[in-house]
Structure formats: C-alpha cells, structure tokens
Design a protein around this ligand. Structure first.
Ligand code: PEP
Length: 262
C-alpha cells in the first residue's frame, strides 16, 4: 500500500499557551516511535501556533503542525482574519479546510471554502479537506450525493501540479457523529470512503486515488478506533475530543500504527 496512515488532533478552541505547548511536546515524544511509518499531527488554536512550532522545533517530517482554518485572502483590510500564508508563516505544515463547524456555525459558503482550498494550496500547505452529510441528509438517503458535491467541487480546485507538490487528504466527517459520542459504524465509514476513492479515481486517475489518504472523523476514541481503522479504505483519523489529552490521543496513534499494516 502506498498510503500512510495519518492521525491528526483538532484541538478546536481548547487549551491556552502553556497547556498547548505541553500537550504538543507530550504527543511528539509519545508518537516518535511510530513516525517512520505514519503521520501524526496537532492542530492548536491560532494564537498558540508560533509557540507550539517552537516547542516542536525538533519534529521530524512526519509530525505536522496543522492550522485549523483561515480566510482565503492573503492580506489586506480584513479585520480579525488570518490567512493561509500566515499559517505557513507561523510554522504550519498543513491546514484543515471545510470543517463542518466552519460551514455551519461560521456560515462559510461552498465558494468561500473553495477559495480557501486554493489559497491553502498556494501557501504550500498540506490540505485536510473535510466533507460529510448531516443526520437529515443521511436519513433522506442523500449521503453520497452530498459527498459527490462537496468532493467533486474540491477536486476541480486542486491543480495537477498541486497533486504532487502538496498532500491532499480527505476527512470524511459525518456531521451527526462530530462531538456527539455517536460514531459511524465501520461499515458506514467504509461505504463512504470507498465512494470517495471512486470519485477521486473518476476525476483524477486511479493511481492518484490510491495515494490519497482518507481519514475518518466523528467521535473516534480508543474503544472504537481499531474496528474503524481496520476498514480497507480508512487511512487514519481526524480527532476532536479524544485529541485533547495526550494519553487518549497516543492510544489512537498506537492503534493506528498497529492497524497500518492491514
Ligand atoms: C472534529 O471536529 O473534527 C471531530 C472529529 O470531533 P470529535 O472527534 O470530537 O467528534
């Protein structure tokens, strides 16, 4: 298999400076033994990024500092905004784009998210692009339509040169599973992940589709991760709540490393 497992912790709006540095250090130290074969990342609050970058100055290539989100413009009169260029400047290796909390709470439109995707790629950041259906959409049998729309649009915005120069990673995050304690079953995750890979193969090439890591996100925890990670098209996880404590997150990293050779 040409794909590496990725386990990325999205800290959202949690942890101040000192706790962020300590957690980042603990995660780096605890995951170092696995980093030959997988990628581990942490995604702290913007204001702590530079300090965490300093704390992680000895991190190897497979340990990523990830920015949570940014505005599509690089600079200008945009009070309160942070750009992807600024994330790169603060030491980030990658960025999350299109998280459902941005779509839902901050009302970011599909157009804004596509502009962000382009901007993140231009800033030479690895992109973790999030997609997923709401509970109502799943109940109405529209899951794969939503995935096709959110992903198809994004695949058009990644230039062929970008496919090599950056890593484009998809995170399937069913909205109904995020922060709810209710995870997708391994079978539900596999069905959507396989569809995602097929969509990528149709728009790009099957070799490229085979290389794109597809992460699952939504109430992942040590008790459900092994089964989900064992699915053939699941290549790791984007983790919210369970990434806020080093022990729990490192359990997920260990499980991923054990499953990676599946
Ligand atoms: C997320 O917000 O990306 C996420 C997966 O959250 P949680 O693990 O808390 O469901």
């Amino acid at each position: 298999m040409t794909r590496k497992f990725h386990v990325i912790g999205n800290w959202k709006l949690h942890h101040f400076m000192e706790d962020s540095r300590k957690l980042a250090r603990a995660v780096l130290d605890g995951s170092r033994q696995y980093l030959d074969s997988m990628v581990v990342g942490v995604s702290p609050v913007h204001t702590t990024l530079w300090a965490v970058h300093g704390e992680l100055s000895d991190r190897p290539e497979n340990f990523w500092l990830v920015g949570q989100n940014a505005y599509h413009e690089n600079e200008g009169a945009f009070t309160g905004a942070v750009s992807y260029r600024h994330l790169k400047d603060a030491g980030c290796d990658g960025a999350i784009v299109g998280h459902s909390e941005r779509r839902r709470i901050f009302r970011e439109s599909d157009d804004e998210i596509m502009a962000q995707l382009e901007s993140a790629i231009r800033a030479q950041l690895h992109v973790i692009y999030c997609i997923g259906e709401t509970g109502e959409e799943r109940e109405a049998g529209k899951t794969l339509d939503v995935i096709e729309r959110q992903l198809g649009e994004a695949l058009r915005h990644v230039p062929p040169s970008g496919r090599q120069a950056i890593k484009f990673i998809v995170a399937y995050e069913p909205v109904w599973a995020i922060g709810t304690g209710v995870n997708a079953t391994p079978e539900q995750a596999q069905e959507v992940h396989a569809a995602i890979r097929e969509i990528i193969a149709g728009r790009w090439t099957s070799e490229e589709a085979d290389r794109v890591p597809i992460l699952y996100g939504g109430s992942l925890k040590p008790s459900n991760a092994r089964e989900i990670f064992s699915m053939p098209d699941v290549d790791g996880g984007l983790v919210g709540g369970a990434s806020l404590k080093a022990d729990t997150f490192l359990d997920l990293v260990r499980i991923a490393s054990e499953v990676a050779g599946k």
